[in-house]
Design a protein around this ligand. Structure first.
Ligand code: ATP
Ligand code: MG
Length: 418
């Protein structure tokens, strides 16, 4: 994409009302637009990141047997009354409204009831199970805290998968697979080295749920981390008994701030019971379905990447979720440079390499460099009178100080997708 066609512009100063680094940098870079506290629109560059995150998650969910669908945002009061979660005394962050011709509706704040209600129509025999439907969807929560930019939205985009299994054993086997899939997602998104499987509060049917917590001083959660065994305990369940168990040693556990980037949960029959979601086993005996839920916030993940990987010049995107792989800069408005840069852009684009081409005229090298640093593409390729004299294009990683000169052919060999 040519930058002259990108309507968003970078800005030097962060908006005064943003205190988090992710909102500051993403706003300055033109990735997001704040509609109100906790509500953001995703601009072209931001949407490209979200789409890449979405594809990574989709691939990992499909690998473990997930089937994608889409549940509605407007939710029926009667359905949620079955589980008792319509009541504001029970759930205090619903956005609700009334239909003109009577009746209440709520905007999805989670999905268990919607899935249980739909699956009730399709599950009747042991032959129908196990199943793992999931969706990507906008979720609405009337959050009181909303100072963490896109990491805590009142409207946010998430993936939620629900598992429907015949028994505990089948459920547990899938739960472990989901854990690995989640670790793969965070690894692929570039924050695997800072993200720990964390024991967190469970519910009626399981002692623990598991969170995926990314260690950073700006995190809202407190966890106790054991680096040797690669696990952490959320402070909400941290006590001597839990530690002894889990066979951990109390010194080894270091208090850290962290961001919950994902959460997986064993639900047992908590939702299948109120929805009467049963199947007939091989002997014709009726049994309740065993459920699990597996959530992940895409904006929260994107915001976390910005929080933990950026430097004092701007964002540093991992290649896997960067809006573009290469930021190509034409320096100086001289005709030879523009011609050569255009040639490089055309060759790379034709080869399927994702390039953002800074073809804007009337801008200094310094301005283009600082924009490239702020926007954070993994590679910067510069065409300038000097690079041409030296035989090509100056290629540099976002994280490197100095680049090297390469020819167009070398560039193509380095980046052409296999
Ligand atoms: P928190 O404790 O941070 O409020 P939660 O435990 O209520 O989160 P879940 O219901 O477990 O959140 O949702 C699953 C995932 O959705 C979370 O792990 C997180 O990645 C994401 N998420 C939750 N709330 C938000 C939010 N307000 N904005 C963005 N992402 C969110
Ligand atoms: Mg959670």
């Amino acid at each position: 994409m040519k930058q002259s066609q990108l309507f968003t512009k970078t800005r030097k100063e962060a908006p005064a009302d943003e205190t988090s680094k992710n909102a500051e940098l993403l706003t300055r870079g033109g990735f997001i637009h704040k509609e109100m506290a906790g509500v953001y629109s995703f601009l072209p560059l931001g949407l490209r990141v979200i789409n890449k995150v979405e594809n990574i998650i989709r691939e990992e969910m499909d690998k473990i047997g997930g089937t994608e669908m889409r549940t509605s945002v407007l939710q029926n009061k009667e359905v949620w009354e079955k589980s008792g979660r319509w009541d504001d005394e029970v759930v205090d962050n619903w956005f609700k409204t009334k239909l003109k011709n009577g009746g209440d509706v709520g905007l999805s704040f989670t999905n268990e009831e919607a899935y249980s209600n739909i699956l009730k129509q399709y599950v009747s025999s042991y032959k129908d199970l196990p199943i793992y439907p999931y969706d990507f969807k906008s979720i609405f929560r009337n959050e009181t805290r909303s100072k963490s930019g896109i990491m805590r939205g009142r409207e946010f985009y998430w993936k939620a998968l629900y598992s429907f299994s015949k028994n505990e054993e089948e459920h547990n086997a899938f739960y472990e697979k989901a854990k690995v899939a989640y670790q793969n997602i965070f690894k692929r998104a570039g924050i695997g080295h800072l993200t720990y499987v964390t024991f967190a509060s469970g519910g009626t049917f399981s002692k623990f749920s598991h969170e995926f917590q990314t260690i950073t001083s700006v995190g809202e959660d407190t966890v106790y981390l054991d680096e040797a065994s690669n696990v952490a305990i959320n402070e909400e369940v941290y006590n001597d008994e839990v530690i002894a168990e889990l066979k951990l040693k109390k010194e080894n556990l270091i208090e850290k701030k962290a961001i919950e980037v994902g959460n997986i949960f064993s639900l047992g029959t908590k939702f299948s019971a109120p929805f009467d979601l049963k199947y007939k086993d091989e002997n014709g005996e009726e049994k309740l379905v065993i459920m699990g839920s597996y959530g992940i916030g895409l904006g929260r993940l994107m915001g976390t990447v910005v929080e933990v990987l950026s430097d004092d010049k701007g964002i540093v995107w991992p290649e896997s979720i960067a809006p573009f792989t290469i930021h190509l800069l034409a320096l100086g408005d001289d005709e030879v440079v523009m011609k050569e840069a255009n040639k490089v852009y055309e060759s790379l684009s034709q080869a399927g390499v994702e390039v953002l081409f800074d073809d804007r005229s009337g801008m200094s090298a310094g301005e283009k460099f600082s924009d490239a640093d702020l926007l954070g593409m993994p590679y910067r390729a510069v065409v300038s009178p000097r690079s041409i004299k030296e035989g090509g294009i100056e290629l540099k990683k976002r994280t490197e100080e100095k680049g090297k000169i390469v020819s167009v052919d070398e560039l193509l060999t380095l980046f052409k997708p296999i």
